[in-house]
Design a protein around this ligand. Structure first.
Ligand SMILES: [Zn+2]
Length: 481
């Protein structure tokens, strides 16, 4: 049996948060679903004759900063180019993109796959404009240009990946960085990140790269993973059957779970790239680059290792906390409000995540503040309430947005830690159940659990569990006589 090695490179198209479009003043709205078609348009983004594009400076800065976050070099000059092709939602007949001189080159992205660290090289990142949208049906097709001209950053990796899992982890790590930079919402359902996967397969002993299939328009991590897995299998089958894999552009049929040929692959020369004559080359000074580098926020991997070092968290806890920037921020604010780090991590990644998941919500959706969480943890730390009660209180906090203390006071949930009080309840429970006392004295120590259950019921769950257990054992031993 010949063994095969898959090779995967990814192109990621990420929308970037700018106030206006790439070359005109039209506003950028991420959720275009509710907009009337063709309302956020002007002569420039509808490609009227004679108009002139003006470069959005904010988009250039975001592209430079994202490049820096990916460890790229920022060349002193970048330049827009025309990429010629015909499509009904592209009225100019060309897309303004960058070709020979991109904003950023030669970076890398490090991420974890199944517990192992991987680094993938980034070839380039360049700016371009999005196309419009086509709607088919009702006896015809319609064009909506609200999205036309929205800035995109295309991030191109080297073909350094070798499995669908690795490709997905790369995509997720890239999304996480863009969200940390606050340049992309990460909202995949709205199509703010789209992937193209270049997949080829070669016999392990061969030095020659196989011809590649380019799978276009993948809108989710699942589609990214599944389409690559399917392509790898198909190409191996073709080679095993003595066939030849032709370079080709593929689409992904989500329903059938198969890739389908779309057209013969275009080569770069088909696009007739040439420098955009209406836009002069863009110079990026070294001072600007350094200012943008200084303004970079702390990125996920740096934050993760700081959490391990500064708060003595496990790698696992730190990774779970930094996955979502809003969660990491909440965690630090809970600590600032006085909670011990380990407890804060446990409550957030345990009970709070469980409550959020059950409600299909994220930490940004709830009214419970970090200070309120810290107060709840403090009530547990001081033995005012026990763990079980605290879980109920947290659920009420998330439901109502109220603070812990008033809930505990109103509902009389404070833990019963008074020795005399708990001792008298233990005595009552023992007096009412002489049979079980005899069983204990005869050596059946499992009845302890049964007694604890009775004591908790008698105190409506408020007895301090450790105190109850200590007093129970003490009194049972006294009855041995
Ligand atoms: Zn416009």
């Amino acid at each position: 049996m010949t063994r095969y090695e898959p090779t995967i490179g990814l192109e990621v198209h990420a929308q970037i948060h700018t106030r206006s479009k790439m070359f005109c003043g039209c506003p950028v709205v991420e959720d275009t679903g509710n907009l009337e078609p063709n309302t956020y348009v002007c002569p420039v983004c509808t490609a009227m004759p004679g108009v002139l594009p003006v470069v959005n400076q904010q988009a250039v800065e975001i592209a430079v900063q994202t490049g820096l976050a990916l460890g790229c070099t920022i060349p002193p000059v970048n330049r827009f180019a025309r990429k010629s092709y015909f499509y009904p939602d592209l009225p100019k007949g060309y897309q303004v993109s960058q070709y020979a001189l991109p904003v950023a080159v030669d970076g890398e992205l490090t991420f974890d796959v199944a517990g192992a660290q991987r680094t993938v090289r980034i070839r380039r990142a360049h700016l371009e404009e999005d196309a419009g949208k086509l709607y088919h049906g009702n006896g015809g097709s319609r064009v909506d240009l609200n999205r036309a001209g929205v800035p995109l950053l295309e991030i191109v990796s080297e073909p350094d990946m070798h499995s669908p899992e690795e490709a997905r982890a790369y995509g997720e790590a890239l999304r996480q960085i863009l969200v940390y930079l606050e340049v992309n919402s990460g909202n995949m359902e709205r199509g703010v990140m789209r992937f193209e996967a270049n997949v080829s397969v070669r016999p392990s002993r061969s030095d020659e790269m196989g011809a590649r299939h380019e799978v276009k328009n993948l809108n989710s991590f699942r589609a990214l993973h599944d389409s690559i897995a399917h392509e790898i299998n198909q190409q191996i089958q073709t080679l095993e059957g003595g066939g030849v894999v032709e370079q080709q552009t593929m689409g992904w049929n989500e329903v059938e779970g198969v890739t389908v040929p779309q057209r013969g692959k275009e080569f770069a020369h088909d696009y007739r790239y040439f420098p955009e004559p209406d836009i002069p080359p863009i110079e990026v000074s070294r001072e600007e680059v350094e200012a943008l580098r200084d303004a970079l926020p702390e990125l996920p991997r740096a934050k993760q290792s700081r959490f391990v070092g500064e708060y003595s968290l496990t790698d696992y806890d730190a990774r779970v906390l930094v996955e979502d920037k809003a969660v990491a921020d909440t965690f630090e604010r809970v600590i600032e409000a006085g909670a011990p780090p380990k407890q804060a991590a446990n409550w957030i990644t345990g009970e709070l995540f469980r409550l959020l998941k059950a409600r299909g919500r994220s930490i940004a959706d709830i009214k419970t503040s970090p200070e309120q969480l810290a107060e709840l943890i403090d009530l547990v730390e001081r033995d005012t309430i026990n763990q079980t009660t605290a879980k109920d209180v947290l659920e009420q906090m998330v439901e109502t947005g109220r603070a812990a203390r008033p809930i505990v006071e109103e509902q009389g949930l404070a833990q019963m830690s008074d020795q005399a009080e708990v001792r008298s309840i233990v005595a009552q429970v023992l007096d009412r159940n002489p049979e079980q006392v005899q069983e204990y004295l005869a050596g059946k120590h499992q009845v302890i659990g049964w007694f604890i259950g009775r004591i908790m019921r008698a105190t409506r769950g408020k007895a301090n569990p450790q105190l109850a257990r200590d007093l129970l054992t003490e009194q049972l031993e006294i009855r041995r006589g």
